[in-house]
Design a protein around this ligand. Structure first.
Ligand code: ZN
Length: 77
């Protein structure tokens, strides 16, 4: 009888440990994916000025005729 209870406790502990490790791995994957996506977006959003070749965020760049420029002073005349 005690053997059965002992076996049940061990199985229960194994299931709990398995669930915990599974959840932990899932969360880690999520975090890694999130970081990777953020990094990719950061890289995607960086553009190069066609005049002075400086890199700047896409949102701060001026787009003229398909080329990016870092400031109005570098826009083609
Ligand atoms: Zn520039």
């Amino acid at each position: 009888m005690w053997r059965l209870i002992f076996l049940g406790v061990i199985i229960y502990l194994l299931i709990v440990a398995f669930k915990r490790s599974k959840v932990g791995t899932k969360n880690d994957d999520k975090n890694v994916k999130k970081d990777a996506t953020a990094k990719e977006q950061e890289i995607e959003n960086m553009v190069q000025c066609a005049s002075c070749a400086v890199h700047l965020p896409r949102s701060e760049a001026f787009l003229v005729n398909g080329d990016f420029y870092c400031s109005k002073a570098h826009l083609p005349k």
